[in-house]
Design a protein around this ligand. Structure first.
Ligand code: C5P
Length: 448
């Protein structure tokens, strides 16, 4: 699954303007990265109010250029460097205002300035309300861009719009925009292969810059949060998992170039941007969601969810009344999802007998083991769940486990090695886990 992308070695300048659809640019950037592109993001001032430049800087690992008057730290003019180096400039979403400014050469923002200064092909994905797109002024501007400037316009689609209306104006499917960019570049040679000729990357030591690109082209599935097992329509059995550790893994994997799918149960931290998110409640739903992912294929699974081990045997359809006598609940065991995935990946049946075929190449499987007092039991889980790594942490220790920003973990590997890490921020723990996953995937590919 780690094939070279169609944009490997290319520099894509992604211009974002101030439309509600600006949030989709996060996914668009991710798709370009998944195609192997190096990306630099340009934003109009109003775009920065719809999506955080920090998110885009972290994903592109370059400072975002949002000020036409700003110089690069070395004194170069950012949009001129970008204009000279970009293999394609993609403006998506493009607002009615931006189309007007561009059609008339009004270079008051970095996106317009870059387009004026470049000889690279330009691809434009308009997004706005239907009436605005249909207006003769907008249509005239689109015509100028297409016919006089030779820009490729990826026409917006028909559908529900942010205004509540239905019409033509919804940003085109992101895959269409990526395909248009690839098509526009065609067989032209890479314009500036030397990184020194390209816009600068974030300085080393900046959190957003320290990640490698080692997961580009990989599909990483992460589970996070707890599960909620219904007692009746209003009550459930849950646990203290906030989802923070799993979400840190998702964000780190995304920033290292992976396509990420997050399967999340109960979580009390903000969900990340730039990935597919599947929301589940119960362990059974989490299992179904994971089996679906397994059927379509992934390169790694990081199973950080705190899956309830038991669920009420017969949840009540109606809310249970309060009674002085109290309540006894009968609980049944939930499936051990990770153990089941481990068996299926290795082609082993429930009774331990081989049920070929095993999956090749096998995805890398990572389990978590939250223990109190000892990590000895964690080692046994490597074998019982047939996983490559178990991340063991002592949830009773201060600064480790649920509801803390830090974690102290030991990464146990199937080859018997143990890596006992100090107390670290969860993001850093996530990076260390992904270092192991990335290395295991590289090793797997090398031995194929
Ligand atoms: O056996 P234990 O619950 O300690 O194992 C923890 C690991 O197994 C975690 O990765 C957790 O997500 C996973 N797990 C699971 N299904 C369960 C319980 C735990 O996949 N029912």
């Amino acid at each position: 699954m780690n094939q070279p992308g169609r944009l490997t070695g290319r520099l894509v300048a992604l211009g974002i303007t101030g439309s509600i659809a600006a949030f989709k640019a996060v996914d668009l950037l991710r798709l370009f990265r998944a195609e192997g592109a190096d990306v630099v993001v340009l934003m109009t001032p109003s775009a920065t109010r719809f999506v955080a430049p920090l998110t885009l800087a972290a994903l592109s690992r370059r400072p975002v250029d949002a000020d036409v008057l700003d110089l690069l730290p070395d004194g170069r003019i950012g949009h001129v460097i970008t204009a000279d180096a970009a293999d394609v400039v993609v403006v998506a979403p493009a607002t009615a205002h931006w189309l007007g400014a561009m059609a008339h050469g009004l270079a008051a923002d970095v996106v317009t300035a870059t387009c004026l200064a470049t000889s690279a092909p330009v691809v434009v994905g308009p997004a706005m309300d239907g009436e605005m797109y249909a207006h003769p002024a907008t249509q005239a501007n689109v015509r100028i861009l297409r016919e006089e400037f030779g820009y490729r316009i990826v026409e917006p689609e028909t559908g529900g719009l942010a205004s509540g209306q239905v019409g033509v104006g919804r940003l085109a499917a992101l895959e269409r925009i990526v395909d248009a960019a690839i098509d526009a570049i065609g067989v032209r040679p890479i314009r500036k292969p030397d990184p020194a000729d390209r816009p600068p990357r974030l300085p080393d030591g900046d959190d957003a810059a320290r990640d490698a690109d080692d997961l580009v082209g990989r599909h990483v599935v992460v589970t996070a949060g707890g599960t909620a097992e219904p007692i009746d329509p209003v009550r459930y059995i849950g646990n203290r998992s906030t989802g923070a550790m799993g979400i840190a893994v998702c964000e780190a994997a995304r920033d290292r170039g992976a396509r990420v799918t997050l399967i999340v149960g109960t979580a009390s931290v903000a969900l990340p941007q730039g990935m597919a998110i599947v929301r589940v409640e119960t362990a059974t739903q989490m299992r179904d969601a994971l089996l679906e992912q397994l059927a379509s294929g992934f390169d790694a699974l990081i199973m950080s969810a705190a899956v309830a081990d038991f669920r009420p045997a017969a949840p009540s359809v109606l809310k249970l009344p309060r009674t002085p006598a109290g309540l006894s609940l009968e609980l049944v065991a939930n499936p051990d999802i990770l153990a089941e995935i481990g068996r299926r990946v290795r082609g082993i049946g429930e009774d331990g007998a081989p049920v070929p075929p095993a999956l090749t190449p096998a995805p890398v499987l990572v389990g978590f083991a939250a223990e109190t007092g000892s990590i000895v039991r964690a080692a046994a889980k490597l074998a019982t769940k047939r996983v490559d790594f178990v991340v063991a942490n002592d949830v009773a220790e201060t600064g480790s486990g649920f509801g803390t920003p830090t974690n102290r973990v030991t990464i146990l590997a199937a080859d018997g090695t143990e890596d006992a890490l100090p107390i670290l921020p969860k993001r850093e723990v996530a990076e260390r886990i992904l270092d192991r996953v990335g290395a295991a995937l590289a090793g797997r590919d090398a031995s194929e």
